[in-house]
Ligand binder design. Structure first.
Ligand SMILES: Cc1cc2nc3c(=O)[nH]c(=O)nc-3n(C[C@H](O)[C@H](O)[C@H](O)COP(=O)(O)O)c2cc1C
Length: 384
């Protein structure tokens, strides 16, 4: 029976994912740092903006195409880099890239993917594939990844700047989540209850595919240990400058929340920035991305593209981000829940849901062109 038949929104995909994944893996995807205050704020702050729709404006034909990092996309939407997405479903990153290509939207592969980076452009040659890079202590290995990404055919380099170390993710600590995932005495039952996932995952790769041979990245380790061993907390703006010189395609800085950092990114020649708090997984108490966006849009003043991620679950969220100055959004959990729920059709479903919601919301708002969206369409739901 089709597990997606009763799915009406992204929240339904989350429920299905919860029923499919062993709890430690579900929590790794679903969870965030410390008290998950920022995770909650990512949602609450979207909800705190309310629309002021206009009427009688002929909304019979709505256009949803957008320009993302200099290329046309079918929607103002990209799939965000998700480490270990290949644990949610075997070959998860490859399936997600194929779904994105089919939908005409960009797919961004994480440094921490299960798949080797070369596998994505091979499996989705017509897709708009982006590669996400973290700063690594071993600069030879890091520069090697950049060369491999270029040679493999990735078009854009997404440099994530908000992870000098892993935020304190307490669900992962409690569950003793490791890579590859292994049941502990206390989590054995959680794994045993998810036989279809166990069966599917039996022979699937389950490590950090891009780190084979890098040293430190193999064996049974936590994500925090992997990051502490290999990632470089000493990275600075000069390192971004060096990457800008090395990478001739579009360069996107992901994880910007302060207008001054946004200006600095522009000055260094970034083609785009992603306003993001990493889905609430890094510094808890951080401002939500949607709250940070208006000041950043003002600071950037149209000199580079702005993407936004963190908390996008609805077409209306996309509309709010665009109205406040983004040219597009990325989704993380929304598509990984789909992947965990049903594999590739689940990713198709996540994208299709957002597309349909976006179209409906545009029509109800009285708009037909994404480029016409602006802050006057929104009011803050705070006290008058
Ligand atoms: C399970 C998981 C793994 C992630 N791994 C990465 C990663 O490897 N690189 C990265 O730049 N961001 C990573 N992120 C952050 C996402 O790219 C994105 O910023 C975040 O998921 C957006 O929030 P959302 O999940 O509410 O859409 C990860 C997020 C999740 C949920």
């Amino acid at each position: 029976m089709d597990p997606l038949r009763k799915v009406a929104g992204v929240a339904d995909l989350r429920r299905l994912a919860q029923g499919q994944l062993p709890l430690p893996l579900f929590d790794f995807i679903d969870g965030a740092a410390e008290d998950e205050t920022t995770l909650a704020a990512n949602r609450a702050d979207f909800d705190a903006w309310r629309f002021r729709p206009r009427m009688l404006r002929d909304v019979s034909a709505v256009r949803l195409e957008a320009m993302l990092a200099g290329r046309p996309a079918a929607l103002p939407l990209a799939l965000a880099p998700i480490g270990l997405a290949g644990l949610a479903w075997p070959r998860g990153e490859i399936l997600a890239a194929q779904a994105a290509a089919r939908a005409g939207i960009p797919f961004c592969l994480s440094t921490n993917s299960v798949a080797r980076l070369e596998e994505i452009p091979r499996a989705a040659p017509d897709g708009e594939n982006w590669f996400q890079l973290y700063f690594l202590k071993d600069r030879d290995w890091m520069n090697g990844l950049v060369v491999r990404a270029r040679d493999a055919g990735y078009r854009a380099l997404v440099v994530t700047v908000d992870l000098p170390l892993t935020g304190k993710r307490e669900r992962d600590l409690r569950n003793a989540f490791t890579v590859p995932p292994r049941p502990t005495l206390s989590s054995a039952l959680a794994f045993a209850r998810r036989l279809p996932w166990l069966w599917r995952s039996l022979r699937a790769p389950a490590g950090f595919g891009n780190f084979e041979g890098a040293g430190g990245g193999a064996g049974l380790i936590s994500v925090a240990q992997h990051v502490a061993t290999l990632f470089d907390p000493a990275a600075g703006w000069d390192d971004v400058k060096a990457l800008r010189e090395a990478w001739t395609g579009p360069l996107i800085l992901k994880g910007i929340l302060h207008p001054e950092d946004a200006k600095r990114a522009v000055a260094l020649g970034a083609d785009a920035i992603s306003v993001s708090n990493h889905g609430g997984r890094q510094l808890d108490g951080t401002v939500s991305a949607i709250r940070a966006l208006p000041d950043i849009a003002t600071a950037v003043g149209g000199r580079c593209d702005i993407l936004l991620d963190s908390g996008v679950r609805r077409g209306t969220d996309i509309l709010k981000a665009l109205a406040l100055g983004a040219s597009g959004v990325m989704i993380g959990r929304a598509y990984v829940w789909g992947l965990a729920a049903a594999g590739e059709p689940g990713v198709d479903k996540a994208i299709a849901l957002l597309r349909a919601e976006l179209e409906t919301a545009m029509m109800l708002l009285g708009e037909t062109e994404l480029g016409d969206l602006g802050p006057d369409m929104l009011i803050s739901a705070g006290a008058p």
